[in-house]
Design a protein around this ligand. Structure first.
Ligand code: GTS
Length: 218
């Protein structure tokens, strides 16, 4: 049985949990909780034996192979099983999905993460040993612009990478979950993004994750 090291309500872990449910692979995975608030992802042992980058989620295969990074984990899960396809079938689809998912990380999710870890108490003083508030606030503004960008994308197409649900939608959903956790309000002019998010929330995989989301406090 595969293992996933994660924190059940975390926004990055949510991406993998949504992908698992979309692929109906949940029964093949055992979750192992890593307590972020206690800094369990930054211990020397975790860095040495699970993920050098000190982040979760991490997927462990039966042969001991470790795969970190939500994009890589999603691509692996997608390759295991057929429909639905989350990372695209044809070369063009694959390219656009990767581009939009990376954009969702750069412009939205990772930016909110930097805001959380640098311009708010984050995971608390024991874990946040270096904070740069100015950098955090700058990334908050980047995330708000990212929301406007995805709003504009969704005005012309139903899903983030085009005509079908994909990993790129899941990455933006992760960003929206993170925004909710850190109480970063979506700009009022992003009505299309909000409508898309409400639509995404109707998918069982996403609804399950949203019902688990808890405020970002210990
Ligand atoms: N690039 C990584 C990925 O895509 O998997 C980022 C993963 C990441 O930042 N995960 C968060 C983390 O480990 C988990 S959560 O905040 O979403 O629950 N954060 C802890 C930290 O100290 O950065």
């Amino acid at each position: 049985m595969m293992k996933i090291y994660d924190w059940p309500t975390g926004p990055y872990p949510a991406r993998v949990r949504i992908a698992l449910d979309e692929k109906n692979l949940g029964s093949r995975v055992q979750f192992v909780t890593v307590n972020l608030w206690k800094g369990e992802h930054k211990t020397a042992d975790f860095l040495a034996t699970r993920n050098y980058s000190g982040t979760i989620p991490v997927l462990e295969l039966d042969d001991g192979t470790l795969i970190a990074e939500c994009t890589a984990i999603t691509a692996y899960l997608d390759a295991l099983d057929g429909a639905p396809t989350l990372t695209g079938r044809k070369p063009r689809e694959k390219g656009v999905i990767q581009m939009m998912s990376k954009r969702a990380e750069l412009e939205l999710m990772d930016a909110i993460s930097v805001y959380f870890h640098h311009a708010t108490p984050g995971l608390g003083p024991h874990v946040e040993t270096y904070q740069n508030r100015e950098w955090g606030l700058r990334q908050r503004d980047k995330a708000l612009n990212g929301m406007r960008y995805f709003d504009s994308v969704l005005r012309t197409q139903p899903f983030v990478a085009g005509e079908a649900f994909s990993m790129a939608d899941i990455t933006v959903i992760g960003g929206m979950i993170f925004a909710g956790l850190v109480r970063l309000a979506v700009p009022a002019d992003c009505e299309t993004l909000q409508a898309w998010y409400a639509r995404m929330g109707e998918r069982p995989s996403v609804r399950k994750q949203l019902s688990m989301a808890a405020p970002a406090t210990a």
